[in-house]
Design a protein around this ligand. Structure first.
Ligand SMILES: Nc1ncnc2c1ncn2[C@@H]1O[C@H](COP(=O)(O)OP(=O)(O)OP(=O)(O)O)[C@@H](O)[C@H]1O
Ligand SMILES: [Mg+2]
Length: 379
């Protein structure tokens, strides 16, 4: 898969633009607040239909405009395809070759992206919601159906929580439980499969990056699952059954607190370093190496699953990494041969990822200007 061209219309502060990225590294350099992240955000939206950082898709629409649109031309399995996504205040529409996409599979077929942002770097020390979102992005990348499934789950959960808050009759509440348990078990199984595929790779890449004698470990297990069930081996039907039981067992407590306390939305990923929780004990540099290791594992896993590398988006992460880890990352990008879009405020930091076919752009007040420079120049 290669991204051949990309265009933006009324997207954030970006002036309408169309450009052809390099088959390898494309680097956008600019001062703060000029639109570098917006560029990556547009591509991320196109490839995932999810926002990279916005809370609402409508935030992506240029101030004062009715809609925004991002379009990309891709080469997938030897054929060219144009995909685009249009956002209006109430929603989004996806198109494949100019026609409304019939299904998500038709839309995503063959496009995948791994983004790495400064926000990711705080995931180890932050709250469980950040780790869940982080995990879910990885799941979604290999299982696009997860997007709809997790939305359905969130909707069912919201309904049940509303009934809890309103002190609705038990029978009304329990009417939701079967739906919630079925969807919840599905998400558990998807997350479990992702962990199985990724954890060993992440441990190994941590050894390569970490320069640490400590072993890293990632562990995911649903909270409040109760005794007598082996999460690693349970079937989806068993997990549905179990979630239903737990919803029931925790009902009085949930009614008191006004929210549902069991299910995928309440889980966490446990990250340990040398058997100690990384959240409490790992240094900042170690945390960043843990995140980097996870991303590298994700890239390798996608490459194996799809037979090609995902598109990589790196938003100004070099300034957040120490020089050696940054050198590892830049060397990794250059060696991987992946198509990469990087942003930076300081070209010198990403120089090692650049090669002869790197395209450099300057981002200034939402405009993009290609700059020609020799592979060895910096600044
Ligand atoms: N919906 C919008 N419409 C117009 N402009 C917007 C919109 N949303 C954000 N902006 C503007 O986009 C600019 C920020 O762009 P962006 O976050 O891409 O900057 P950046 O180059 O990544 O900066 P930094 O280096 O600080 O991360 C800000 O000036 C902001 O006001
Ligand atoms: Mg930015």
């Amino acid at each position: 898969m290669k991204l051949l061209s990309l265009s933006y219309e009324r997207f954030r502060n970006l002036e309408p633009v169309s450009f052809e990225p390099s088959p390898h590294a494309t680097i956008a350099v600019g001062e703060n607040g000029q639109g570098k992240t917006n560029l990556l955000e547009g591509l991320y939206l196109l490839a995932t239909l999810k926002p990279l950082r916005a809370n609402r898709l409508s935030e992506l629409i240029r101030f004062g405009s009715p809609s925004a649109k991002v379009t990309g031309r891709f080469l997938i399995n030897g054929a060219e395809r144009e995909i685009s996504v249009e956002i209006i205040p109430g929603g989004r529409t996806a198109f494949v070759d100019g026609k409304r996409a019939g299904s998500l599979d038709a839309y995503f077929g063959g496009v995948s992206v791994v983004a790495f942002t400064p926000d990711d770097l705080s995931v180890v020390k932050g709250g469980p919601d950040g780790r869940r979102a982080f995990l879910d992005r990885s799941v979604f990348n290999v299982q696009p159906a997860y997007l709809d499934e997790s939305r359905e789950y969130a909707r069912a959960l919201k309904n049940r929580n509303k009934l809890l808050k309103d002190h609705a009759p038990m029978s009304h509440l329990q009417a939701w439980d079967a739906t919630l348990a079925k969807l919840g078990a599905k998400l558990w199984v998807r997350r479990r499969a992702l962990m199985t595929a990724l954890v060993e790779r992440a441990r190994a890449s941590f050894q390569r990056i970490g320069r640490s004698p400590l072993e890293a470990q990632w562990h995911y297990e649903p909270a409040h699952l109760g005794e007598g069930i082996d999460f690693s081996a349970a079937s989806e039907a068993e997990l549905t059954e179990r979630m239903l039981e737990r919803l029931d067992a925790r009902l009085t407590r949930d009614v008191e607190r006004g929210f549902t306390s069991v299910g995928p939305h309440a889980d966490d990923v446990e990250i340990t370093l040398g058997d100690k929780p990384a959240r409490a004990f790992a240094s900042q540099g170690q945390c960043r190496a843990l995140v980097l290791a996870w991303k590298v594992a994700e890239i390798e896993n996608l490459q194996q699953a799809n037979g090609f590398l995902p598109l990589l988006l790196l938003d100004d992460v070099s300034s957040e990494l120490d020089p050696e880890r940054n050198a590892f990352l830049m060397g990794y990008l250059a060696d991987s041969g992946a198509q990469t879009l990087l942003t930076t405020t300081d070209a010198a930091l990403v120089q090692r990822a650049a090669g002869a076919d790197t395209k450099w752009f300057r981002v200034r007040a939402g405009t993009l200007t290609e700059e020609f420079r020799s592979a060895s120049s910096t600044g």
